[in-house]
Design a protein around this ligand. Structure first.
Ligand code: PLP
Length: 380
């Protein structure tokens, strides 16, 4: 069985084009809060490291430099409550989207295998399962798959895109226990982990799958993927990594070596700098916190309600009147104000009443959005 044909699969963002055109026609310009692409400059500490490594005449290693893998291990201990991660069990990836999309195939899953992913989710978990010919199963309820031996991979995403929901350690531990019982791999996409807005997570941090309180100190069967796109405004660098079970990582490495799936050497050097400097991450978090506050006040002031959104880069938003809750009506009303947001329908059938509002616009654009919402938002 080869890879499935996804060429006919619609790319959901294309369906937003008419709303984007309407929003762009606003006399004071569009406020684009749809795709969460960072708008702030990549920090100097990262750019300097990239520039200093620009003589890259030799091939980089697929496994990543020892300096990079040690920086990831030290970062897990310092920032994620995960001591003692084996640097050999770390592998850089070309951003995390490719890893999310390819993981079921790299694990050699196929027809008859089930890939569990969150009910309201980043679409690439579903795409990756389909590419491998496996069957995606969208559920947040462990009981719906516990004991099923066709389940081979379970994705969790905390903090969630799009809902901003954070899974606590007890929930993650239940996922791990149920997956270990059936021999399934658990993969945790934690790319928004540094962006917590509410207690207890601002104090305790967002729990990682590899936290001993979650996994009992063993990384068997577990993988975490993390990205520097958001925490360090490095989306253009394509800088991420996967880490966890040493045997699984060795297996992924073996295949990726054959395929040439290598992070460029200057980017690896930039990743070391980013992972070793917590100050720029804290500064970026403060910037997003301020934008978030402005947008929360503006959206709620306009009669909208924000659900979850405890962490991450988005506000998961709907009309107060659930009956008015067709996401396309909200998208349309906001587009009339020149504000572009993501329809919740992109993220699964439970998202159809919500829109996803990204925090990734400049301060000026965020204040402009707030001004445009100050008169309320008619949703007729
Ligand atoms: C949940 C989630 N996973 C993965 C990614 C991919 O990020 P990147 O490929 O930039 O590392 C994103 C990007 O928005 C995301 O929201």
């Amino acid at each position: 069985m080869g890879l499935a044909d996804l060429s006919g699969l619609a790319y959901p963002w294309d369906t937003l084009t008419p709303y984007a055109e309407r929003a762009r026609a606003h006399p004071r310009g569009v406020v684009d809060l749809s795709i969460g692409t960072p708008v702030d400059p990549t920090p100097a500490v990262v750019r300097d490291a990239l520039a200093a490594a620009s003589d890259a005449h030799g091939y980089p290693t697929t496994h990543g430099t020892p300096a990079l893998r040690e920086a990831v291990s030290a970062w897990f201990a310092r920032r994620r409550g995960v001591p003692g991660l084996d640097p050999d069990a770390v592998l850089p990836t070309v951003g995390s989207k490719e890893l999310v999309g390819l993981l079921p195939s790299l694990l050699r899953l196929g027809p008859g295998d089930v890939v569990v992913h969150p009910r309201t989710a980043y679409p690439t978990y579903d795409v990756g399962a389909r590419l491998a010919g496996a069957t995606p199963l969208a559920t947040d309820d462990v009981d719906t798959w516990a004991g099923r031996d066709d389940v081979r991979l379970v994705w969790v995403n905390s903090p969630s895109n799009p809902t901003g929901r954070v899974l606590d350690a007890a929930h993650l531990a239940r996922v791990v226990a149920a997956a270990r019982e059936i021999g399934a791999v658990v993969a945790s996409d934690e790319c928004y982990a540094e962006l917590a807005w509410t207690e207890p997570f601002t104090t305790t941090g967002v729990p990682s799958l590899l936290d001993p309180a979650v996994c009992g100190g063993s990384h068997d069967g577990l993988l975490v993927t993390y990205s520097l796109s958001k925490q360090s405004s490095m989306a253009g660098y394509r800088a991420a990594f996967v880490a966890g079970d040493a045997a699984l990582v060795a297996d992924l490495l073996a295949t990726r070596k054959h395929l040439g799936m290598i992070v460029p050497a200057p980017v690896q050097a930039a990743m070391v700098a980013a992972l070793s400097d917590d100050a720029h991450v804290a500064a970026q978090r403060d910037v997003y916190a301020r934008r978030r506050e402005v947008l929360v006040d503006a959206l709620t002031g306009a009669g909208l309600v924000i659900d979850h959104s405890e962490a991450g880069l988005y506000l998961w938003t709907r009309p107060a009147d659930e009956a008015a809750g067709d996401c396309w009506l909200t998208v349309s009303a906001l587009a009339d104000r020149g504000i572009l947001v993501g329809p919740g329908a992109f993220y699964g059938t439970e998202g159809t009443g919500h829109v996803r509002v990204a925090l990734t616009a400049t301060d000026e654009r965020v204040h402009e959005a707030a001004a445009r919402l100050s008169g309320g938002l008619p949703l007729a």
